[in-house]
Design a protein around this ligand. Structure first.
Ligand SMILES: Nc1nc2c(c(=O)[nH]1)N[C@H]1C(S)=C(S)[C@@H](COP(=O)(O)O)O[C@H]1N2
Ligand SMILES: [Mo]
Length: 502
């Protein structure tokens, strides 16, 4: 019975580790890292002998051997723990520690890489103690008080079953993630039917520290509610277009990627971006116009909204008028700056709508478009008090000097970005302390849907100074000075920073 307890406990531990691996560090499941450690430590000639003997099945062979070794150790841990409490759990913890060591010595180790093996060790040891305690004594002093044999079997089988199910589920999920990564690597972006003109050199100022006009994918801000980023295999992906339409349809990956695609620069912003905050970035998106998908479906009746849903159930409610507008390049995007979408930014497909905050428009991992009415559905963030309509507010930001910086007296570049998506920025002004507003130099905007760089040469005199920025859009509208919090519809106010001039 102790041996069975050991086996069940270790299975439960492995299952826990596998699930933790799915959530925090897919590549670092305990069995996987230990298996890879074994491969690394196996002497070359022996490795070759195994590959020879088992052909392409050497990995399976490794896992069978590993499984047998782990089972023997697990049974041993059970037996030890029953004789001498501590010895068994120590053995299980050492197993977990081996996993930790294997994970952390890998070249691609991250700080969370150790967690799956920690989970395996801790849950395994805990389950072992629990199960051994439930072994019925040889001779029960009084039936009914001592744990019964049936009870012990129940706990053991339960632990083993949960562990097994968790291990299988975790492995399947990890494998699916592998398939998605492979598919993303293999995916060649379709060539754009309508490509974005190259960004002119005049769109960027040569000011050290200024925000690049196009954000690299790795630097692009990220906002989502996801703990585990969906890893969708495009072969499994499809987009359902339905609701108040004449011809509902489902689009699969091959169909989507064969459609004539358009390329547009669009500056995406998060409603949670504070004045002066970082939650805004600009990229070149490649995708198919949502307007054409809606045309194909044939919107009917008094529909006024498209309710988009992501693979994991997150939703956004976008005004139909913004998606239908032939002048607004709302895209079902597959490409970002010439690459397939990174997983965190929605691979294989997401929505991007110029001029609207992400929470009402930019559904990542999008799988469903329901054509409906605002009156009939409430989206993820709208149901938590955020505004139903989410147009991006006119704003501007000082990026150099940084807030609180200390700069040398003399000529200093004050520079940053300004935006009023889908309208465009016509003027940016800077104010030093209570001085007059000074007109900044504007770079060439890529389009009205993107932010624009600005700069102003400041002749800085020693002392403490306060810098402010404000913009005027192409319709002559001055950016409001009224301070508004991000909730419910986005922050406003003039970005103001203090600097020291020495
Ligand atoms: N599936 C899903 N899509 C989502 C979100 C989310 O939480 N889940 N967040 C939205 C919000 S609030 C914003 S601002 C944008 C951010 O997109 P990014 O992370 O690519 O910058 O994605 C939107 N799309
Ligand atoms: Mo957002």
């Amino acid at each position: 019975m102790p041996a069975a307890a050991g086996l069940a406990a270790v299975l439960a531990g492995l299952g826990a580790g596998e699930l933790v691996a799915v959530v925090v560090a897919r590549a670092f499941s305990p069995l996987l890292v230990v298996g890879e450690g074994v491969i690394d430590l196996t002497p070359g000639p022996m490795k070759e002998a195994v590959i020879h003997a088992f052909g392409g099945h050497d990995k399976q062979f490794l896992f069978v051997v590993l499984g047998v070794v782990v089972a023997v150790i697990a049974a041993l841990a059970g037996v030890l723990e029953a004789r001498r409490p501590w010895l068994g759990r120590a053995l299980v913890l050492v197993g977990g520690a081996l996993g930790v060591a294997a994970a952390l010595t890998r070249a691609d180790a991250t700080p969370v890489a150790a967690l799956p093996s920690v989970a395996t060790g801790v849950i395994g040891a805990w389950a072992l103690v629990f199960l051994i305690r439930h072994i019925p004594p040889e001779r029960a002093p009084r039936a009914g008080l001592a744990p019964s044999r049936r009870e012990f079997l129940g706990w053991s089988i339960g632990a083993a079953a949960i562990g097994l199910i968790a291990t299988v589920t975790g492995t399947l999920l990890t494998r699916a993630a592998g398939a998605a990564a492979t598919a993303r690597q293999a995916f060649r972006l379709p060539r754009a039917r309508t490509s974005a003109p190259p960004v002119p050199a005049t769109a960027s100022f040569d000011v050290p520290g200024i925000t690049p006009v196009v954000t690299a994918n790795g630097d692009f801000y990220r906002t989502d509610i996801e703990l585990a980023i969906p890893q969708l295999d495009p072969a499994q992906w499809s987009l359902k277009v339905h609701g108040m339409v004449e011809r509902p349809f489902t689009l699969d990956w091959n169909e989507l990627t064969a459609l004539p695609m358009e390329e547009h620069y669009v500056t995406l912003a998060c409603v949670s971006n504070e004045v002066g905050g970082p939650l805004i970035s600009n990229a070149k998106w490649l995708g198919y116009p949502v307007r054409l998908l809606l045309e194909r479906a044939g919107v009917t009746g008094d529909a006024d909204m498209v309710f988009s849903e992501s693979f994991d159930g997150w939703t956004a409610a976008t005004p139909l008028s913004a998606l239908n507008d032939p002048d607004r390049a709302a895209l079902l995007a597959v490409g970002m700056n010439g690459e397939p979408l990174p997983f965190v930014h929605g691979f294989p497909a997401r929505l991007v709508v110029p001029g609207l905050y992400g929470y009402v428009s930019a559904t990542k991992w999008v799988v469903d478009l329901l054509i409906t009415r605002f009156a009939d559905h409430t989206s993820y963030w709208t149901s938590q008090g955020w505004a139903e309509q989410g147009p991006i507010k006119q704003e501007s930001r000082i990026d150099v000097p940084r807030a609180g910086a200390s700069v040398a007296a003399g000529p200093v570049w004050v520079a940053g970005v300004a935006w009023d998506q889908h309208v465009g920025v016509a003027k940016v002004e800077v104010q030093v302390d209570d001085g007059p507003w000074q007109t900044a130099e504007l770079a060439h905007a890529i389009s009205a849907d993107t932010w624009v760089q600005w700069r102003w040469r400041w002749d800085a005199a020693a002392g403490q100074h306060r810098l402010k920025v404000r913009s005027t859009n192409t319709q002559g509208q001055l950016q409001t000075s009224a301070y508004a919090d991000v909730l419910p519809s986005g922050a406003t106010g003039w970005h103001t920073i203090d600097v020291t001039v020495r």
